[in-house]
Design a protein around this ligand. Structure first.
Ligand code: ADP
Length: 244
């Protein structure tokens, strides 16, 4: 049965409840731009939205489609359509060596192990990192582990990459290198963050507040409005502290 979902990421009245609370509230969205930012303070529902789009959580009501497929029900389609770069590489990395980590996603996509390893080695050679192949992942720095996760995602050639606070915990040179690398990618990027500065080059920014879209537009409109509101909330909290 076709439900005429458009291309890109499509949410139709999607609601997610966790622990008896509504965390995402009746969201309807069509995301087709190349660079999309999802901005919100802690607890606004960003991670849950990312998990919903990635098919790691099912909506309690409504529908989610990525390139026409239901990412929760159709895991195989989701693997081809979407890659995720998690904030903490150590939540993502499963294998002791670099080559095994890189090959894993390809094996999941159906490539036999020897070909997957060959592709992993080719990728490392192209990156000037052939010497990493048999290295224990634990010997890489945090920035290098983050970069390894990005390479693993890129090897799977997804159409969209979901980035969870991609610059958190990285030193400034590593941030700059990663930003350059991401900017050059042909894929659609969806970045979730609480940091408006990370989203200034986006085509579209959605500000999430208590599981709903507070504002949706170009960064020049959304980022100053968000920053002003966060400053206002900060001042209010400070006053409350003084009063307490
Ligand atoms: P963000 O990424 O913007 O910080 P989250 O999506 O992680 O927001 O969380 C949104 C809200 O949902 C928060 O109030 C959080 O406490 C709640 N929440 C997240 N995961 C669970 C869970 N497994 N059970 C109950 N509540 C949850």
């Amino acid at each position: 049965m076709s439900d005429h979902a458009p291309s890109g990421i499509w949410l139709d009245q999607a609601t997610v409840r966790l622990g008896g609370r509504v965390v995402l509230d009746d969201l309807s969205l069509t995301l087709t731009e190349a660079r999309i930012g999802i901005l919100g303070r802690n607890g606004s529902g960003k991670t849950t939205l990312l998990r919903l789009i990635a098919g790691l959580v099912a909506p309690d009501a409504g529908r989610v489609r990525v390139e026409g497929a239901d990412p929760f029900a159709d895991r195989k389609a989701a693997l081809g359509n979407l890659g995720i770069l998690f904030q903490n590489p150590d939540h993502q990395i499963l294998f002791p060596t670099v080559e095994e980590e890189l090959a894993f996603g390809l094996v999941q996509q159906g490539l036999p192990q020897p070909q997957a390893l060959e592709r992993a080695h080719r990728c490392l050679a192209e990156e000037g990192r052939s010497h990493w192949a048999q290295a224990p992942v634990s010997t890489l720095s945090q920035g290098q582990r983050h970069y390894l996760c990005l390479l693993a995602v890129l090897l799977m050639q997804p159409r969209t990459i979901l980035l969870d606070e991609p610059f958190a915990g990285l030193d400034l040179p590593t941030q700059a290198r990663l930003a350059r690398r991401l900017a050059a990618l042909p894929q659609r990027l969806v970045t979730i963050t609480h940091d408006p500065e990370a989203l200034s080059d986006c085509d579209r920014v959605l500000w999430l507040e208590a599981g709903r879209i507070a504002l949706d537009g170009p960064p020049a409109q959304v980022l100053p409005a968000f920053t002003a509101e966060m400053a206002r909330i900060g001042e209010r909290d400070a006053d409350a502290d003084l009063a307490g």
